[in-house]
Design a protein around this ligand. Structure first.
Ligand code: RIB
Length: 310
């Protein structure tokens, strides 16, 4: 079984021609709400990817937002463990999505800040724990420590970007970061390869948006070019990548094969609007991959050069 622990948010989404600059107002075109939150999105992605059962530990308030998110999780087949806060509302995210599909997100954590070290369930039967950083850092660190002590593989998506305490770094087996998050975690500027030299987690997966992804394990460094798609909304593309990656590893796929599935699913999530609403089913990812062109040696070499891998 896979345990995802983290945030649940209701996403308030406005599409606009472009994301406003500081101090600027732009007129949007259409407003919708979607179930979101990095933790909840990753749990949905893991469940839709199939394989081992996905459990999700989260905190929500006593309000009208929580049932919408819980329904989305349960519809995806996630086993949900909710810590109910009667003092904080369910988390919310305010998202502007531009016509090019980019987003700017502000999160009001609310009840997510009430997920505490004591809330971790017994870990017997779990093989992977997937964490992000929209719950308190002390909680993330305590969960990673407990999982490591019990032989559960710990995967951390260090998003949103924050410097990590050494104790957390020491208890993570696989770190998933985008380029900005990598620079913050590494505390060092430079190419992807430069930054990776300053991160001690054994396996690091760096997502590179429309370029693809780069992986460094104790034995090798390799890249996965992106799958081209028509981008509508990039929200939850990274979450989809993380959830599918862990689900694939949980069912015994190699890291290379898991990375290919995660990259395809992450790309597909960009083709639709919304967070959990855009996460594909395993059967659709399979069809997508069956029709995807092989990446050329040239595209692989260009990506290696971009990363500074020689
Ligand atoms: O990664 C996307 C998610 O970030 C959104 O669903 C939003 O809720 C924020 O947590």
């Amino acid at each position: 079984m896979i345990l995802v622990a983290g945030s649940s948010n209701l996403d308030f989404v406005v599409r606009a021609e472009r994301i406003p600059c500081p101090g600027e107002t732009v007129l949007g075109q259409g407003f919708r709400t979607f179930p979101g939150g990095k933790g909840a999105n990753q749990a949905v992605a893991s469940a839709r990817a199939g394989g081992a059962t996905t459990h999700f530990l989260t905190a929500m308030g006593v309000d009208n937002f929580a049932p919408t998110i819980e329904a989305s999780l349960r519809d995806a087949g996630v086993v949900v463990h909710v810590v109910r806060s009667d003092s904080e509302p369910t988390g919310c995210a305010f998202i502007c999505v531009s016509h090019s599909g980019e987003n700017a997100i502000t999160v009001a954590p609310g009840a997510n800040s009430q997920l505490l070290p004591d809330h971790l369930p017994a870990l017997a039967g779990f093989s992977y724990l997937l964490l992000q950083l929209e719950i308190p850092m002390a909680t993330v660190t305590a969960y990673a420590r407990a999982a490591r002590q019990q032989g559960v593989t710990v995967v951390l998506n260090a998003a949103p970007a924050q410097a990590l305490p050494p104790e957390l770094i020491d208890n993570v087996d696989i770190l998933v970061v985008n380029e900005g998050e990598l620079a913050v975690v590494a505390g060092h500027p430079g190419t992807v390869a430069d930054c990776l030299r300053h991160v001690t987690v054994p396996t690091v997966v760096v997502t590179l948006g429309a370029r693809g992804a780069c992986v460094r394990t104790p034995d090798e460094v390799f890249v996965q070019p992106a799958f081209p798609v028509q981008v509508m909304d990039t929200t939850a593309a990274g979450d989809t990548f993380c959830g599918v990656l862990v689900a694939a590893l949980g069912r015994g796929d190699t890291l290379r094969r898991a990375l290919r599935s995660a990259s395809a699913a992450g790309a597909m999530a960009c083709e639709k609007q919304g967070a959990q609403a855009s996460i594909p089913q395993a059967s659709d990812v399979g069809k997508f991959l069956a029709h995807a062109a092989e990446h050329s040696a040239n595209s692989i070499q260009m990506l290696r050069s971009y990363c500074g891998i020689h």
